[in-house]
Design a protein around this ligand. Structure first.
Ligand SMILES: [Zn+2]
Length: 93
């Protein structure tokens, strides 16, 4: 899935999961986080800043999801290996 999107950042929350946002939105969220009683709006959602656990790059979340699904990344050959499969180039699994 190679969706073209400018929502490259992810706001992670304790109770309602992850929200993909733009870099600009992410900066606003980070600025609001210093006020623990603030509520921010992301699309139709009102989120308490004290429910936010972090603002991270989307790439990081995608990587985490792949690892959770048992995939391994071969750094040497820049490719993801499905669960149980070995890298055809170096034998990494
Ligand atoms: Zn390899």
């Amino acid at each position: 899935m190679n969706e073209i999107t400018d929502k490259t950042q992810v706001v992670t929350t304790r109770s309602t999961g992850n929200y993909y946002v733009t870099v600009e939105q992410a900066e606003k969220v980070i600025a609001a986080m210093s006020d623990k009683s603030a509520v921010i709006r992301i699309e139709g959602n009102a989120i308490a800043t004290n429910d936010i656990t972090g603002v991270v790059q989307g790439e990081r979340i995608r990587e985490l999801e792949r690892r959770k699904q048992g995939e391994t990344y071969c750094k040497k050959h820049s490719q993801w290996l499905p669960k149980g499969k070995t890298c055809g180039l170096c034998g990494l699994r």
